[in-house]
Design a protein around this ligand. Structure first.
Ligand code: IVH
Length: 709
């Protein structure tokens, strides 16, 4: 055999082995499901390396020996939820429970003594899943994802015994059955036993095990994991035939509890501790009862969920941002443990805030290993007098970052000195200062780095935020890649992202030659960037990372200004006391602090320059649609006077849901005024300006709710 033949054969084997090893890596790293023994895997790997040692020509940028870890996670197909999957608000105390019940009644305009029934049921600590049944047959299943789009886990869900393939009895035309996929304690222990025996990594808790098992690329693996399912909610629901020809035009179930009964009839498991309660007192009693049984349930729960029972009331209550007004989660008190502070590190956030983080000896709190805890700010450290070497009490509640409650004074080591908070940014060396609040004259709690433009910590954080899912949503530009491109000097500002490809094509050191990139992923990255040159106005505003402008305020600004130029123009002139400042201030939900932050952002010349560069690269589309087919979509409405069928909050929320802007004052820009009883000056102004005025009933008709009597 000639040398050349030898090389060709080696190349073929090398390539084949490379593919196989990559497949095993995926099975191991992404699926937790190796299909060969470690010894066999090692043997393949050794052969692969031996070939490279013999034939160095085989080593190119695709060689596995030049890659660290596994290939980027393969993606699941995506499923858009027909109805968004929301999260729940939290309450932690008896008082908050009373407040929640009172708030519901107030919103509905009910007497504080009126009776509103709630269901109370355990909050299962698993992961939520939406199962779609059409004509009674399971057609797809998706994880929650970002609430709007989840991952397609249909094949995996089909392996869960609690999930019926077909609904029993008469089934609706369409129903998304929602609930929690979870793993019981005994099954969890057994699974970890098997993992240990196979030398595989252990799962930290049943929730992680359930998530890891459901988000498997190979359903055979899921099938071997003992997952369970409780149904507790629904998304799209069309009763179809079930409703036709019935004397009572009501839906087959008109209450939360009725739906639970329906779920049971369909063949689902519904949590047996679900109970109908008629007062805050009954809810609290049931909360205590569930809490007392927590340890013996056999699965993890982290609280109790209360839901208004009457579905018509649920409908009226609606949602506020991402959580329903008609439900909340009453969380169990956090679990505690003690550990030792080994060090205090300072992290610099996107907005330049210096945040101290305690590095702790690892300790298990509530089933999760904790080795870091936030110390919030320098005042907090001083107040608790936390010193390096101190033994501290650590608390963890749900998914929130672990907190340090305080120190154990008798365990303080001798010679421990009070912690001195740095006055210099650890990332860039710029001075770190505490701003003086103009109103109170007091120093802000946060110490901030002043090197906004030179500070790498802020720049990288800013870019990360810019690319994040609810901002520009650039796939392939994750934390690691951004840090990498930043370090290489290829991306320093948002505009650089969009010029990356053009610069790369002219560069001698091409991105595809960097370790871990390659032709295919570079192509994908460029495509992902190109796909985001068109961006909705609200996302664009959010992406800028203006202080106090989160998603909701970005939507408010977008809705009010409609174009970026209009916002920019106003913000540039929004000096304190100016008309432009007032214009921003007048937006419902936006106050002084936000208006000031917006103005500050746009007057900063460096930001102006960065913006111009960015605007040359992207095209801003109108705000993402809320609900554009309604009669009031895009209109500016003002409510005035006393409404009798709706509370003011309810009316406002209704209008916003229909895509209208709600304003508090009448001007030429007002499209519609809804005047209740005793309307005064606003009504007069509307008449004067010739703005259309309607009464509450007409509003209900317009909003598609209808009015009677
Ligand atoms: S109801 C619109 N009920 O809690 C309300 N959620 O914090 C939909 N969860 O994403 C949720 N047990 O994963 C509801 N009995 C229960 C629950 C429950 C656990 C989870 C669910 C949700 C999260 C919100």
């Amino acid at each position: 055999m000639t040398k050349r033949d030898e090389l060709a054969r080696a190349r073929a084997e090398h390539e084949q082995l490379g593919d196989e090893i990559a497949a095993h890596d995926r099975a191991y790293y992404q699926n937790d499901a190796p299909v060969i023994s470690d010894a066999d895997y090692d043997a393949m790997r050794r052969r692969y390396e031996a070939l490279e040692a013999l034939f160095p020509a085989l080593v190119d940028e695709n060689s596995l020996s030049r890659k660290v870890g596994a290939a980027p996670a393969e993606k699941f197909a995506k499923i858009a939820h027909a109805v968004p999957m929301l999260s729940l608000g939290n309450i932690f105390s008896d008082e908050e429970l009373e407040d929640f019940v009172a708030r519901v009644k107030r919103f509905l305009g009910l007497d504080p003594d009126a009776e509103v029934a709630f269901t109370a049921e355990p909050k299962i600590d698993g992961l939520s899943c939406s199962l779609r049944y059409e004509k009674g047959v399971l057609v797809s299943a998706a994880t929650r994802g970002d609430g709007l789009v989840g991952e397609d886990v249909t094949a995996n869900v089909r392996t869960i015994a609690d999930v019926p393939e077909r609904l029993a009895g008469a089934a609706p035309d369409v129903i998304d059955v929602r609930g929690e996929v979870y793993m019981g304690h005994r099954d969890f222990a057994a699974l970890n036993g098997r993992q240990a025996a196979a030398g595989k990594p252990l799962f930290a808790n049943p929730r992680n095990a359930a998530a890891g098992s459901l988000r498997q690329l190979d359903p055979h693996v899921t099938a071997q994991r003992p997952l369970k399912f409780f149904a507790y909610a629904w998304g799209e629901l069309n009763w179809g035939e079930l409703n036709r020809g019935e004397v009572d035009p009501d839906r087959p179930a008109d209450s939360q509890n009725g739906m639970m009964t329906a779920f049971r009839a369909f063949g689902f498991k519904v949590n047996p501790l679900t109970k109908l309660c008629r007062s805050a007192g009954e809810m609290l009693a049931h909360f205590r009862d569930i809490e007392s049984r927590r340890a013996s349930l056999g699965y993890d729960i982290d609280g109790v969920v209360y839901k208004v029972n009457d579905l018509a009331l649920q409908q009226r209550l609606g949602f506020v941002s991402r959580a329903p007004r008609w439900a909340t989660a009453h969380k169990f008190p956090a679990e505690k443990a003690t550990s030792v502070v080994r060090d205090i590190e300072i992290q610099v956030g996107r907005t330049g805030v210096l945040t101290p983080v305690a590095r702790l000896d690892p300790v298990t709190v509530g089933g999760v290993v904790v080795s870091n805890a936030t110390l919030h700010n320098e005042d907090e450290i001083a107040r608790k007098d936390i010193r390096i070497g101190d033994t501290v009490i650590v608390q963890r509640a749900g998914d929130v970052i672990p907190q340090i409650l305080g120190i154990v004074p008798e365990k303080r080591p001798e010679g421990a000195r009070p912690y001195e908070f740095p006055h210099v940014c650890p990332a860039c060396g710029s001075a770190a200062v505490r701003e003086i609040d103009a109103k109170t004259g007091e120093a802000e709690v946060a110490r901030r780095c002043t090197g906004t433009l030179v500070c790498p910590a802020q720049a990288v954080e800013r870019l990360r935020h810019f690319c994040s899912r609810n901002a520009f949503d650039i796939e392939g530009l994750g934390d690691k890649q951004i840090a990498f491109f930043y370090e290489k000097g290829l991306i320093r500002t948002p505009a650089d992202i969009f010029t990356l490809q053009a610069r790369d094509s002219k560069s001698l050191t091409r991105i595809e030659n960097f370790e871990g990139f390659g032709k295919v992923s570079t192509r994908k990255l460029f495509d992902a960037i190109e796909a985001r040159r068109d961006v909705a106005l609200n996302r664009f505003i959010f992406a800028l990372g203006i202080r106090h402008v989160g998603e909701t305020n970005a939507i408010r600004l977008a809705r009010s200004f409609e174009t970026f130029e209009a916002l920019r123009e106003a913000a540039r002139h929004a000096t304190p006391g100016s008309e432009a400042r007032q214009r921003i201030n007048d937006i419902d939900g936006i106050g002084d602090v936000v208006a000031e932050a917006v103005a500050d952002f746009f007057v900063e010349p460096h930001n102006e320059r960065a913006l111009d560069a960015l605007l040359a690269q992207v095209r801003i589309l109108p705000m993402e649609a809320v609900k554009s087919d309604s009669a009031v979509a895009g209109k500016t409405v003002v409510f005035t006077g006393t409404l009798v069928k709706l509370t003011r909050d309810e009316a406002k929320a209704m209008a916003e849901r229909l895509g209208a802007k709600v304003s508090s004052s009448v001007s030429k820009k007002t499209d519609l005024v809804i005047a209740g009883a005793d309307a005064g000056s606003k009504l007069a102004k509307a008449r004067e300006l010739g703005v259309e005025v309607i009464d509450e009933d007409a509003w209900l008709v317009l909003a598609g709710v209808g009015a009677s009597g």
